[in-house]
Ligand binder design. Sequence first.
Ligand SMILES: Cc1ncc(COP(=O)(O)O)c(C=O)c1O
Length: 393
Amino acid sequence: MLNDLPVQAEDALLALIGLYRDDPRKTKIDLGVGMYRDDLGKTVIMRAVKEAERRLWEAQDSKAYVGPEGDLVFTELLAREVLGAGWSATNVTGVQTPGGSGALRLAAELLAYQGPRTIWVGTPSWPNHKGIFGASGLNVKTHPYFDPRTQTVLLEEMLAALNGASPCDAVLLHASCHNPSGAALADDDWNAIASVVAQRGLIPLIDSAYQGFGRGVDGDREGLQTILAACPEALVAVSCSKSFALYRERTGAIFVSSDSSDKSAKAGGVLASLARVNYSMPPAHGAEVVRTILADEELRADWVTELESMRLRLIQIRRALASTLSGRVPSMAAIAQQEGMFSLLPLSAEQVMTLRHGDGIYMPESGRINIAGLRLDQVDELGGKLLRHLAQH
Ligand SMILES: Cc1ncc(COP(=O)(O)O)c(C=O)c1O
């Protein structure tokens, strides 16, 4: 049996970690994998997380099973944070999951539960979206979303595609900090999307993986709330990996919002049963940490303060990079307005390889850069190297 298995291509993004590590050049820059890094290039443990872990170590007296729906207090507190106090109180059910990927997987399996269904995904998107949805039995269709050359959101093209979608198709939306483009939607854009999604009877699946990195913890839920207000049924997949820097702890949740508590409860039951046959129960530690932070006013305030300082660092680097590049390539001014960790440069795969081999600048072939991988004192030098390629467009 094993002989006949196909050889899997390596995950190109994860492979970048090893390639970067093995490059001896002192001037190398890692703009690859999507983790926040500080000025020293470190992905640190947040202060509130450390303190929560200390408290848990002291207080925890059991490692008993928790059940497929995970930590119920965690999901309730997280719903309030991600959906807002008003929404979390109304007809919402949540199940804790192993990271945002686990949440997307359960969401996709729920969408596929009653038979074949199509999900619409913007181009470009996080590559694993298509992978997870396809593996869960959904039929993935794409619509235009972002043009790297002009650095603009293709809203009209997106709306036209969604207007052609069939009722009960699902549509994937990024809550904030679009991965890979960083392109932000204005309030009017969210309203226009909500109105088409509602009119066509589509089911939104909103991926919230970067709350706090765009407009702040409150601002980053506004678009999501516009969609929830317009749609009688919606799913929200949450990742705590970035917002709490808990990457390897695999912490997340899937929420169902509907116009009746009965419907949401039924969906919650199906999600728990899907969890049971996939991995039985989610890992406890990360959710306990998040619960401890969100349940304590002081710890929560410290988490918000630190997250805000991370957001401001990204804005500072964005502005510096945009000003270095936009003199020669005007479209690059948009980098300063974009949100979160990523921007998508209009580079060919060949240009990306030249930057990697010639200059030690590491990014995936798509041209996506992780802004957090940069220090302010590297911006000018990086800008010069990028301009050699960007100016050709
Ligand atoms: C848009 C988006 N959604 C979901 C995820 C999944 O995150 P997690 O590591 O929590 O599975 C990521 C991770 O990079 C992401 O970028």
